[in-house]
Write a protein that binds this ligand. Structure first.
Ligand code: C2E
Ligand code: CA
Ligand code: CA
Length: 715
């Protein structure tokens, strides 16, 4: 046999090439898995090609490392064929590793058999390309061992490639390098075992003209390393680009999520907004139809929220809304959507088994919101008015359900607020009629349908008459005489109140002038100003006009502004009222005790009287606290040098009590109801005679008296 020896440098190069090829293989597996479509195909074939060339080059360089006393030459065709086998086997291996999500044992074994056979075929085809005679003598034991190594190495390679195919972290890269070393050694092991199987007879001699090996070693090494290097470089660039793309994609997804959140949610409370609610409502209807279930739609509105907002500012108002949202959310469990439509309007959509469930939920919500809120050192109290529509039954579609729940909510508002009402068909008619009334109101001024009634204000306890409060009425052609609560809220909403209010000022002055001429020159008139009217820049002008036109001394006109309006923007109110009172006109703070006054501003407001809200007067007999409140208000007014007017005086007890507390002026049904102007002269004559008599009978009730004494002393 010919003595063969190996060039250890080339052997090392061959092992390195095997490792590099293995690393490329693992990297390619990652690439293919992370790509789709055509790109994945390019990686599969491109990667498989360079891998195959790498493995083949290892074998070829390994053969070149062998030196014998014979110059080797190779059959170019068979050599190329052996390379082709390596490439095909590699592409197959890559495909196997990347084509499915798992690698069961059967698939692994099958794959290892095919890949191992490929490697064996490549190796021995490469050996067959050696051109010499009489040919190799095989040691079959070694051949068998090389086949076993090829199969085992293939199995291991497939398993590693499969398990390291996902991920781009540096840990994975390290693992891949480790695996490449193992795989490289296995491939080299197979090759050199295969070489051990070959013996070259002593008298061997080259046959034919083949490719000479001297320069081939360098060429193959350089080309192979270049191919593998370029492949890895491209792969790295692609990985970076993919990473960047995925970062971009995820930030895009994040931005999309945020946009959706913004578009579908309310900014302040983070609750779903109207758009999202409508969507959920549609789904709820579909589900209820499909599964024959029920759901309730609840329309909710906070009572007195506007007053809080006006008095404390939007900042506190916003915090209150957030607080209310939290309270309501805490009450909810099960599938529901709580949405905010804007302002203080909320809607709850909730699945129920029975309308009683809806009542229970509504009750919980009303109670939860009714407890006071502690917001930046204020204790705020609001309540909830709620209207319920149940599907199916109270509406066919989203629009009708919303409309009906809203109508039910208004019903709650009109019935004292702070509660809930189930929708009933009659409510719809009410809503329609409200709409009609709104349309009619536009005509009312032009058609001369507005009237002023006058309610006398008496010097306590029973006269003389000091003047009158002008109270608006609407003589509706079809519905008869309407009181202001039927149409003023609407007029305030639409802004019509400004024109109406200006008319009231003029009309009251005109009427007062008549009474002056009829022999009551010291009577005054009080006119109510709405919040909107109060903020009009031409209010002063209107007042001056009216006074001049009807020749009324300014001090005989009183403008009544509610406490809530005055405290809405206190600085501005001080400015406006100062301007008005500089004309000589008087200002009165109406409905005092219902709003939130800041004492500091109250002191600065150039008002001349406080009107205690009639709710306190009304409750005087029943509730001890109200007596305390009234006496406190009187004390306050006196210390601010304001006159105190008590309105809503209905009983002689109230009359006497309020007088003793120190109220200067009384107004109420006991002394005189609001009447049309032509009845005012009768009223004036009648009351003077009556009340003297009435007062003679007045004695205070025993419950009130003991309570009263200390407070009067305090006052
Ligand atoms: P207000 O300014 O507090 O007017 C007093 C209300 O109490 C009047 O109701 C009056 O009829 C009623 N009242 C007077 N004495 C008694 C009594 O002894 N017992 C009871 N239960 N009620 C009594 P009215 O006329 O229905 O007016 C309601 C509200 O409408 C007024 O409350 C005022 O805020 C507003 N309003 C009336 N006229 C005008 C107006 O010309 N302009 C503006 N902006 N608001 C007006
Ligand atoms: Ca008033
Ligand atoms: Ca009042």
């Amino acid at each position: 046999m010919l003595a063969t020896s190996y060039d250890s440098f080339i052997v090392i190069v061959s092992v390195l090439v095997a490792m590099l090829a293995s690393f490329t293989a693992l990297d390619m597996a990652g690439r293919v898995v992370h790509s789709t479509g055509k790109v994945a195909l390019v990686w599969l074939f491109g990667g498989g090609f360079s891998m195959g060339i790498g493995i083949w080059a290892m074998h070829f360089i390994g053969m070149l490392s062998m030196s014998m006393e014979m110059v080797m030459s190779y059959n170019a065709g068979l050599t190329a064929f052996s390379a082709a086998i390596a490439v095909c086997a590699s592409i197959f291996a890559l495909w196997l590793v990347c084509s499915s999500a798992d690698l069961p044992l059967s698939r692994l074994v099958g794959g290892a058999l095919i890949l191992g056979s490929g490697v064996v075929a490549m190796h021995y085809t490469g050996m067959a390309a050696l051109m010499f005679s009489p040919g190799i003598v095989w040691k079959w034991g070694w051949v068998g061992l090389s086949v076993v190594i090829a199969l085992a190495a293939s199995g291991a390679a497939l398993w590693l490639a499969f398990n390291l195919r996902e991920g781009q972290t540096s840990r994975i890269t390290l693992l891949r390098i480790g695996a490449s070393v193992v795989m490289g050694c296995a491939i080299a092991g197979m090759h050199y075992t295969g070489m051990m199987a070959a013996e070259f007879p002593v008298h061997s001699h080259p046959v034919g003209q083949g490719v000479n090996s001297n320069w081939l070693a360098i060429l193959v090494t350089v080309v192979t390393i270049s191919i593998l290097g370029i492949t890895l470089l491209v792969s790295m660039l692609d990985a970076r680009m993919q990473a960047r793309t995925s970062i971009l994609a995820s930030s895009l997804a994040e931005a999309n999520r945020e946009l959706a959140q913004l578009a579908l949610h309310d900014n302040l409370t983070r609750l779903p907004n109207r758009i999202l609610l409508e969507d959920r409502l549609e789904q709820a209807i579909n589900k209820a139809n499909r599964e024959q279930t029920q759901f309730a739609l609840m329309f909710m509105d906070l009572d007195r929220f506007k007053a809080v907002n006006d008095a404390f500012g939007h900042h506190i108002g916003d915090s209150l809304l957030v607080g209310v949202t939290e309270r309501m959310s805490q009450q909810m469990n099960g599938y529901h959507t709580l949405a905010r439509l804007g302002g203080d309007e909320f809607v709850l959509l909730v699945e129920i088994d029975d309308p009683n469930d809806a009542a229970a939920i509504a009750d919980k919500l009303v109670k939860a919101v009714g407890r006071s809120f502690d917001i930046s050192r204020y204790e705020l109290v609001v309540s909830l008015s709620l209207g319920i529509a149940v599907y199916p039954g109270d509406g066919m579609d989203e629009r009708e359900l919303m409309f009906n729940a809203d109508a039910a909510m208004y019903h709650t508002k009109n019935n004292g607020r702070n509660g809930y009402t189930f929708f009933q068909p009659s409510m719809n008619i009410q809503a329609q009629s409200q709409l009609q009334l709104n349309n009619d109101l536009w005509q009312a001024l032009d058609n001369d349908e507005l009237r002023l009634f006058y309610q006398p204000k008496y010097c306590a306890p029973c006269g003389p008459i000091l003047g009158f409060e002008a109270l608006l009425r609407w003589e509706h052609p079809k519905r008869g005489l309407l009181s202001p609560d039927k149409f003023l809220p609407m007029a305030e909403k639409t802004g019509m109140i400004v024109n109406i209010g200006n008319w009231v000022i003029h009309e009251a002055c005109r009427q007062l002038r008549q009474w002056h001429l009829q022999g009551h020159p010291d009577w005054s008139v009080a006119v109510n100003l709405s919040a909107l009217q109060f903020e009009q820049s031409n209010l002063v002008e209107t007042v001056v006009d009216a006074l001049e036109k009807h020749q009324i001394p300014a001090e005989l006109l009183t403008l009544e502004v509610t406490e809530t309006t005055a405290m809405r923007d206190p600085d501005e109110s001080v400015r406006i009222l100062t301007e008005l009172t500089q004309l000589g006109v008087k200002a009165s703070i109406d409905d005092f005790g219902t709003g939130y006054s800041s004492l500091l501003y109250l002191k600065r407001l150039p008002a001349s009287e406080l009107k205690i809200d009639r709710a306190f007067v009304n409750e005087l007999q029943h509730q001890k606290e109200d007596a305390t409140i009234v006496s406190a208000i009187v004390a306050l007014a006196q210390s601010l040098q304001l006159k105190v007017v008590a309105e809503g005086v209905e009983t002689a007890e109230q009359q006497a009590f309020l007088t003793r507390l120190g109220c200067n002026t009384l107004q109420g049904y006991l002394l005189g109801k609001p009447v049309p102007p032509d009845r005012v002269p009768d009223l004036a004559n009648f009351v003077l005679a009556e009340t003297d008599e009435a007062l003679a009978d007045v004695s205070l009730s025993p419950e009130v008296d003991p309570l009263l004494t200390p407070q009067v002393a305090a006052v």
